[in-house]
Write a protein that binds this ligand. Structure first.
Ligand SMILES: Nc1ncnc2c1ncn2[C@@H]1O[C@H](COP(=O)(O)OP(=O)(O)OP(=O)(O)O)[C@@H](O)[C@H]1O
Ligand SMILES: [Mg+2]
Length: 328
């Protein structure tokens, strides 16, 4: 049985050159950012160019690398081909409303209506905008540091959200179009506002539908689950795996982070009790996932994993399995 388990590393992700989209996700604080940064660093040494994107509104790529990133892809210091960007999925509609306000206002009001009428439309449009931009940049592979579980897979509902928005705009244009047109012309705005808006929404829907198709293709997309060896975290991981399966998104790697390995001569009871608890859940994880998943163990370091050098060091453990002293 032991020989049959899959290697306990993420080497399989580095080897699968067809991969275009890699998601790292899991519960809050377990190490998603650390794992996605580390994986991106490893990918940078075997793929032509790598883009790391944070979609978590509480951005932490900047903190992890100690470098300020923005919504434009920026080269990460110390790497020739690793870029990072931090995006706020909800700011796009706000920008559209502001732009439209400058042009006369009617369209802005309509967008505001739309945002109220169809929950998630602002997020969907933000995401579409980003994906359109990212697709045009031609990176070999894109790594997502996602928001904590729960929001992780929201983007899968975006095509239908945008379709609803299109329907609504279409109806509104039919009823109020001529009046809006007249009003905006009177106020000096350029003609054709709704058509522009309609065309924009339509192109966003097309982009989202296309990327969602790619997300369901295991040749192009995989999801790396990150967890810690505790009951709640494993429970969340199982939920995540089930959800991914329902949505037909490939997942075959689980990173178990922050494992404690007290030294042999340690007399810290707190450490040994926690160690036993973690080993219990780690064994459960093996029982549950060994057949289909690579299970990667990462030790809890005494220091935070911050800055490019520490991340580089840490990232090696994704490919060379960490062996605790007690098992040497
Ligand atoms: N194995 C580890 N050893 C020591 N520190 C770690 C380890 N993994 C992560 N950390 C530290 O723990 C903190 C949380 O990790 P990280 O930011 O990667 O988690 P996250 O899942 O992205 O959190 P959030 O849900 O808040 O985005 C960071 O300060 C990080 O440096
Ligand atoms: Mg994070």
């Amino acid at each position: 049985m032991a020989e049959e388990t899959l290697p306990p590393t993420l080497q399989n992700v580095l080897d699968q050159k067809s991969l275009k989209w890699i998601f790292c996700g899991g519960k809050g604080g377990v190490g998603k950012t650390t794992t996605s940064c580390s994986l991106a660093i490893q990918l940078a040494s075997c793929r032509e160019s790598v883009l790391l994107i944070s979609t978590d509104p509480a951005h932490n790529l900047s903190d992890a690398f100690g470098q300020k990133f923005s919504k434009e892809a920026t080269l990460v210091n110390g790497f020739p081909n690793l870029y990072a960007m931090e995006i706020d999925p909800t700011s796009s509609i706000q920008e559209m409303i502001e732009q439209s306000d400058q042009q006369g206002g009617a369209m802005g009001a309509m967008m505001q209506d739309l945002a109220f009428a169809i929950p998630g439309v602002d997020e969907a449009m933000g995401f579409a905008e980003i994906m359109k931009h990212v697709k045009s940049m031609q990176y070999s592979v894109i790594v997502f540091d996602t928001a904590p579980t729960g929001h992780t897979l929201r983007f899968l509902s975006f095509p239908s959200v945008l379709e609803k928005a299109l329907g609504k705009i279409s109806a509104l244009s039919g009823r109020f179009g001529p009046m809006l047109q007249q009003m905006s012309t009177m106020m000096g705005a350029p003609a054709g506002g709704q058509e522009d808006m309609f065309a924009k929404l339509e192109s966003m829907r097309a982009v989202i539908t296309e990327v969602n198709t790619q997300f369901k293709d295991p040749e192009k997309t995989t999801f790396v689950c990150v967890c810690i060896s505790e009951f709640l975290s494993l429970y969340e991981t199982e939920r995540l795996v089930q959800e991914l399966t329902t949505y037909e998104i490939d997942t075959h790697n689980i990173v178990v982070n922050q494992l404690l390995f007290p030294a042999k001569d340690s007399n810290c009871t707190h450490c040994s009790v926690r160690y036993k608890m973690q080993q219990k859940y780690l064994n459960e994880a093996h029982e549950l996932y060994d057949d289909f998943f690579h299970i990667v163990r990462l030790p809890l370091l005494t220091d935070e994993v911050r800055g490019p050098e520490k991340l580089k060091q840490f990232s090696k453990m994704l490919v060379e399995p960490f062996v605790p002293d007690s098992e040497k």
